[in-house]
Design a protein around this ligand. Structure first.
Ligand SMILES: C[S@@+](CC[C@H](N)C(=O)[O-])C[C@H]1O[C@@H](n2cnc3c(N)ncnc32)[C@H](O)[C@@H]1O
Length: 245
């Protein structure tokens, strides 16, 4: 997969893309990242990318010409590229969306800045994604969120290190809790059942913990989750205080 990032701050990506899973994914050949400098798509001597908003008001707006110039240059190389603008006004990014994007061959992620980008960009992009209901300074961190969530889903990237199938959201629920040594830390003991060696009981406990946590923190997820009869029974019998503690 090729992921291109269009930004005013190319160096922003140096460290995040060269560490940990993202670095490994590149050396394995699962993904290639290319960082494009928006200023390279300007034609004027001062390489201007922003201007004052029509109608007045605070801040600056990213100009349409360099953005479209960059999108065209990438599309010329690959007409199939999926062009995505990061923006607080977009559809909410989710694990489902990450899975869908992981099936693409080529993404172009556009990072906005200042007050945002000229609205006419909507004639040139495929979609607009938000990473949540808060405002960040630029689209670089949101783009990295998408890059990380998508890359870790590419075949072979996690290897034996992570069980993607059981992670939060993948099953429609939040994930169960994890413990490792020591068994007792300052009086806080790991649940006995996890040390029982009884795989069936461990699996049941984990499922119930996932249900309990989801009911407590994200009851909205339960409405869409695929639940078995046993799950519904557990949820009906677990008391509200169970869900809250
Ligand atoms: C300061 S924000 C602009 C916010 C804009 N004035 C508004 O009120 O919607 C600058 C850039 O950061 C990025 N950004 C900020 N928050 C974001 C979010 N929650 N999700 C995705 N991108 C975001 C976008 O690329 C945006 O163009």
């Amino acid at each position: 997969m090729l992921i291109e990032l269009l930004t005013l701050f190319p160096e922003f990506f140096n460290s995040p893309l060269s560490q940990s899973m993202l670095q490994r994914a590149q050396s394995q050949g699962a993904v290639e990242f290319r960082v494009l400098n928006l200023r390279d798509f300007t034609f004027d001597r001062h390489r201007v990318v922003d201007d004052r908003p029509f109608g007045g008001g605070p801040g600056m707006v990213l100009k349409i010409e360099p953005l479209v110039q960059a999108i065209r240059a990438v599309r010329e190389q690959d007409p199939e590229v999926r062009v995505i603008l990061l923006s607080p006004q977009g559809f909410l990014f989710s694990q489902d969306k990450a899975r869908e994007l992981a099936g693409q061959k080529h993404l172009l992620l556009i990072c906005g800045h200042y007050e945002g980008v000229d609205e006419r960009i909507h004639f040139y992009i495929d979609e607009e994604l938000s990473i949540g209901d808060y405002i960040l300074t630029g689209g670089e961190i949101p783009a990295l969120v998408v890059v990380d969530a998508v890359t870790r889903l590419l075949p072979g990237v996690l290897g034996g290190e992570g069980a993607v199938e059981e992670e939060s959201f993948q099953t429609g629920l939040l994930e169960y809790p994890h413990y490792t040594r020591p068994r007792d830390f300052e009086g806080h003991e790991a649940p006995e059942i996890l040390l029982s060696g009884d795989h069936q009981r461990v699996a049941r406990w984990r499922r119930q913990e996932a249900l309990r946590r989801t009911a407590k923190a994200r009851p909205d997820l339960l409405e869409k989750a695929v639940l078995e009869d046993a799950d519904r029974e557990f949820l009906a019998t677990s008391t509200d205080s169970d869900k809250k503690d």
